[in-house]
Design a binder for this molecule. Structure first.
Ligand SMILES: [Zn+2]
Length: 239
């Protein structure tokens, strides 16, 4: 029997993903319907001398959990064993991508400089595009030098969404959080909690209860903090 790469599809709010593990490590996390799907798959199969087999395992389960947490804004770092399949140069680019912190961006030129390959910007861009461990190896954090978003295997709207997700966690001021209350959007559920001093109740940002006055609202990053400060969970949004 040939070596096997365990494959599972996973539907998320940013599209359907293809997950693959080999020898206890994650070797594939990519947009299922991207361009070059066959080329990327073939590179991995050839590189590992293995075939795709539809089957689930603990690592893929953990991967799905961590993606969910990330997409909710509750995870800034992935803890997954990775197996990259490519040339030494590609691997050096992917390792450099892993150094770009959550919530920040870099450019192809900066990336090339960090690898002491200042003249290899195009090769760096191409290795970036060949990344088959999307999200986990954050190629979405690479934008153009002029501030443009650049390309993305998952599509530009998804890239924009990931960058906004990562930014929102860090730069939302209390006033911005307050403006958000009442919009019923679930985007920030899990990234902060609103607590109302006059009622002693804490809520999810998406709560549909009446909007409290600004001076009565305090914000907490976790519900544990809200509870520690004497607030009770709202019966409407059940945080
Ligand atoms: Zn509520």
């Amino acid at each position: 029997m040939p070596n096997q790469i365990s494959i599972q599809s996973y539907k998320t709010k940013i599209g359907e993903l293809l997950l693959g593990s080999f020898d206890g490590k994650l070797c594939l996390l990519d947009y299922k319907y991207r361009k070059m799907r066959a080329a990327v798959d073939n590179r991995i199969k050839t590189g590992l001398d293995a075939e795709f087999t539809e089957q689930d395992n603990e690592l893929l389960e953990t991967t799905r959990l961590q993606i969910d947490e990330y997409l909710k804004g509750n995870r800034t770092k992935f803890e997954l064993p990775l197996l990259t399949v490519g040339t030494d140069f590609q691997k050096s680019v992917w390792n450099a991508l892993l150094e770009i912190p959550y919530g920040s961006t870099s450019t192809y030129l900066q990336l090339a400089k960090s690898l002491n390959h200042e003249k290899a910007v195009r090769a760096v861009a191409s290795a970036n595009g060949a990344n088959s461990l999307s999200i986990v190896i954050p190629c979405h954090r690479i934008i153009e030098s002029n501030g443009g978003l650049g390309g993305y295997a998952g599509g530009i709207p998804i890239k924009k969404r990931l960058l906004e997700l990562e930014r929102s966690d860090h730069t939302l001021s209390d006033d911005q959080k307050y403006d958000f209350i009442g919009s019923k959007d679930k985007k920030f559920n899990g990234s902060f909690f609103t607590a109302v001093k006059t009622t002693g109740i804490y809520c999810l940002p998406s709560c549909s209860a009446r909007k409290p006055k600004r001076e009565n609202v305090v914000f907490y990053d976790t519900k544990e903090e809200a509870i520690l400060n004497g607030f009770r969970a709202c019966k409407v949004c059940k945080p």
